[in-house]
Design a protein around this ligand. Structure first.
Ligand SMILES: Nc1ncnc2c1ncn2[C@@H]1O[C@H](COP(=O)(O)OP(=O)(O)OP(=O)(O)O)[C@@H](O)[C@H]1O
Length: 258
């Protein structure tokens, strides 16, 4: 891993009026690193992820991102057009529900190709070839390229959503419960695929989940949240094998009891 952070978060806070969404969150993410964020419902995971992906404005704190030119910039000081470009190219956003990340009225190939068109690619042959390449990379048969997402299973839709994100070769992926709502065997296959892609493409990722099995497999580092605060942060194996905070201990032991 590079010694220069890709993302640097300092004192991030988001309030919904008086209500704390997340507070005093600080961390750095390095190229090729996967950070898992876990915690019970209402812990602040989605609020944090939405702030990082510029979908919510922080109440205070800073988020800096290192562009392809190597320069660190405050993402909230970027123009709207610059932020949109980041989200269309350098960043990927995988939603729990594939319907939130796909256009259901467009074929699988179209869904993937469309993201390339959005950044200016106009050559039909190139777009088609790239769409095919990334669908195959997520183990979707090329014969299904013209089919509508509606005709795909939940796991396949999730893989198309991932292909749609990967086609612009992002460096950072935000994933919100990427395996949520899927059967256990489908989850296992998707996790395997994600793990392979993250490693082959040297992707950085922030994965929000309530499933410790997901972070055990995917995340190098783990942040545990409770009541909007980070209560524990460390290497995944260390945190899960030797949890220090009482809440993490409870979380880990409740999984072990299942
Ligand atoms: N739109 C909103 N208006 C007011 N309060 C909100 C809003 N969204 C979230 N909150 C509050 O902010 C806190 C953090 O919620 P958040 O949705 O970030 O938690 P979470 O860890 O993602 O939960 P879940 O796993 O259920 O999605 C909670 O107390 C929640 O009630």
């Amino acid at each position: 891993m590079s010694d220069q952070a890709l993302l640097s978060v300092r004192g991030l806070d988001h309030r919904y009026g008086e209500q704390i969404g997340c507070t005093n969150v600080s961390f750095e993410l390095y190229p090729g690193e996967v950070l898992g964020i876990v915690g019970e419902s209402g812990a602040g995971k989605s609020t944090l992820l939405r702030c990082l992906a510029t979908q919510l404005e922080p109440t205070s704190g800073t988020v800096e991102y290192r562009g392809r030119d190597g320069v660190m910039r405050d993402i909230f000081a970027l123009s709207e057009a610059e932020r949109r470009l980041l989200l269309r190219t350098d960043w990927g956003l995988v939603h729990q529900n594939p319907r939130d990340g796909l256009r259901m009225g467009v074929s699988a190939g179209g869904n993937v190709g469309e993201r390339l068109m959005a950044v200016g690619e106009r050559h039909y042959g190139q777009i088609r070839a790239q769409a095919g390449h990334w669908l195959q990379a997520v183990e979707i048969d090329l014969e299904r390229m013209a089919d509508m997402p509606e005709t795909f299973s939940g796991g396949m839709q999730q893989r198309v959503q991932i292909a749609r994100n990967l086609v612009t070769r992002p460096r950072l992926m935000f994933m919100d419960e990427p395996t949520g709502g899927l059967d256990v065997s489908v989850q296992a296959r998707l996790l395997d695929l994600l793990r392979r892609l993250v490693s082959e493409l040297h992707l950085s990722a922030i994965v929000v989940t309530h499933d410790l099995g997901v972070v055990r497999l995917l995340a190098h580092r783990l942040m545990v949240m409770q009541g909007g605060r980070v209560v524990e942060h460390g290497l995944t194996d260390q945190v899960l094998d030797d949890p220090q905070h009482p809440y993490t201990q409870l979380l880990v032991s409740s999984i072990l009891r299942v």
